[in-house]
Design a protein around this ligand. Structure first.
Ligand SMILES: *Cc1c(COP(=O)(O)O)cnc(C)c1O
Length: 236
């Protein structure tokens, strides 16, 4: 098996272990392989090892990989910030977008999503801890944005996405992830049965360094890059 194949298996084992520890079924958490900065050959190896969902941050880089991998049935997720002049490329080329944080962007994406494609699957990014990156809506604003997305014809509201500030301390990681899960549960309960909320089932939370605590707190999708593909240069 390739190193990437071995790494993938290690991450899958980690997900299984974390789910068991949390008393959750192993299939409660899906794995998004974050391939940013790695080439099409690396994605191909991960696909050969059974991975089909891939996350990318940079639109141009992602489009190049998509073109090189047209022969494979891959599901592409955009997990990076989207400037409004890039929204059409996202609407036309990705299956998912995890970082919606404004009504204006949501409206543009719905307008631009081609009719022949399934609705764009979207998560609202929430700045759960007020972190310095400032990306995402404040927790108190998440409901309004979700409601607007639920009413847009070419978007499918799937859930929330968070990127907390890094903490080495596991208890601190867990506490922040629990806040995200509590918000996710509150929104799901308050809107149960509302039109457009049928597929609100995704809490995109946890990366290489905080995957286990994210799963303990109730993540349903972890976004893992370096544990699968190796380390990246710190600045691109
Ligand atoms: C890069 C990135 C990841 C993956 O990070 P790793 O630490 O390599 O697992 C996950 N989510 C987002 C939004 C990212 O930008």
């Amino acid at each position: 098996m390739t190193t990437i194949g071995n790494n993938l298996q290690g991450v899958r084992d980690g997900i299984t272990t974390a789910c068991a520890a949390a008393g959750r079924p192993a299939n409660a958490v899906s794995l998004l392989a974050v391939s940013k900065t790695f080439g099409a050959d690396a994605v191909r190896k991960a696909h050969a090892a059974g991975q089909t969902a891939f996350g990318e941050n940079y639109i141009q880089e992602a489009l190049e990989k998509m073109a090189a991998l047209r022969d494979l049935p891959l599901e592409w997720h955009c997990i990076g910030p989207v400037q409004s002049n890039k929204s059409r490329l996202v609407a036309e080329n990705f299956a998912w977008l995890h970082t919606v944080s404004s009504q204006r962007l949501a409206q543009r994406l719905s307008d631009q999503r081609p009719a022949e494609l399934a609705p764009l699957q979207v998560c609202v990014q929430v700045n759960i801890d007020g972190g310095a990156t400032k990306a995402g809506v404040a927790p108190a604003e998440a409901l309004a944005l979700c409601q607007q997305i639920a009413a847009l014809p070419r978007l499918q509201l799937r859930g929330l996405m968070t990127i907390p500030e890094p903490h080495d301390d596991l208890a601190e990681q867990l506490a922040v992830h629990q806040l995200s899960r509590a918000l996710f549960d509150a929104l799901a309960q308050a809107n149960d049965g509302e039109p457009g909320w049928e597929a609100f089932d995704t809490l995109s939370m946890g990366m290489t360094a905080d995957m286990a605590t994210a799963i303990a707190a109730g993540s349903t999708m972890v976004r893992v890059g370096s544990a699968i593909f190796g380390g990246r240069p710190p600045i691109r």
